[in-house]
Design a binder for this molecule. Sequence first.
Ligand code: NAG
Ligand code: NAG
Length: 309
Amino acid sequence: MYSKRRMLLLISFVLSLLLVERYFRSHQVEELELSDWFMPRRRPDVITTTDWLAPVIWEGTFNRQVLEDHYRRRNITVGLAVLVSGRFAHKSLGLFLRSASKYFMPGHRVIFYILMDTFVRLPGIARSPLHTFRVLKTGIDYTWHDLHLLHMKNLGANIVSYIQDEVDFLFCMAVDQVFQNRFGVETLAPSVAQLHSWWYFRNTKNFPYERRRNSAAFIPLGQGDFFYDGSTVGGTPHQVLNFIDKYLQGVIDDTRNGLNSTYERHLNKYFFLNKPTKLLSPEYNWDSALNLPIQIQYVKVARRTERNS
Ligand SMILES: *[C@@H]1O[C@H](CO)[C@@H](O)[C@H](O)[C@H]1NC(C)=O
Ligand SMILES: *[C@@H]1O[C@H](CO)[C@@H](O)[C@H](O)[C@H]1NC(C)=O
């Protein structure tokens, strides 16, 4: 009975997103040409352009000054939603926010959206006039086993009600990460995916995609482009909402078929069907448990493993 009600709530949420879509404010501002700022030949040692001609951002491949001038003229505001939960929530959030306020989009307006399912005190952070912090309480609901489902539903509803009017771009990240170097405007695009630090360096097509044919997240063997990391997704609020909508629909379909997949596999299916317009190299989400290959010259964000929590 309970799960049926939950399902109906989900469905009505998805429908409300569809209805609201046409009211989106358009953020149409002329874009830069790729050739104005992107220098893929500087990094012959790595993949810098995808089959569908999307840039892959590595240290050394972009002209920061051109990008900074462009986005300063556009007077942008960037949102950073962080999903907080778990036993080490307070410590993780402190490390995340203190490092993000230093390295995430320095010089530009940033609104931090902190999604929490447990009560966590906000850490003390040096105040900057460019930074705003908003806490979005998700409420504890033990019927939602999957943290992402609850947080994404909540984030989706908040994008519809006001985030879409507050920011030009939005990133959504897991809390177990620490910024170590500048994560700047070179990462901005309509739809941004993060390459997985482990799978990028595996010479295989056998990625851990969902392989059950009946799942909404299914990708057949031998297909798929990259394995994307679920800890970072970005783009315009509209594109992020589109992903959340497809993810929730996928979960509904799977539940109907008695299946469950993971958030990351749904994300990979989404980017398989809707190719991202920009990819971030593993420098932007390096797993600190792995040895550094020579291609990684500059770790911008390090993932903390449970071990060193
Ligand atoms: C830039 O945007 C902010 C917030 O949207 C606004 O308050 C400010 O006046 C804008 N500045 C310029 C120069 O347009
Ligand atoms: C799927 O459901 C089974 C039990 O119904 C559970 O043991 C398993 O962990 C679930 N898998 C995922 C990815 O949630």
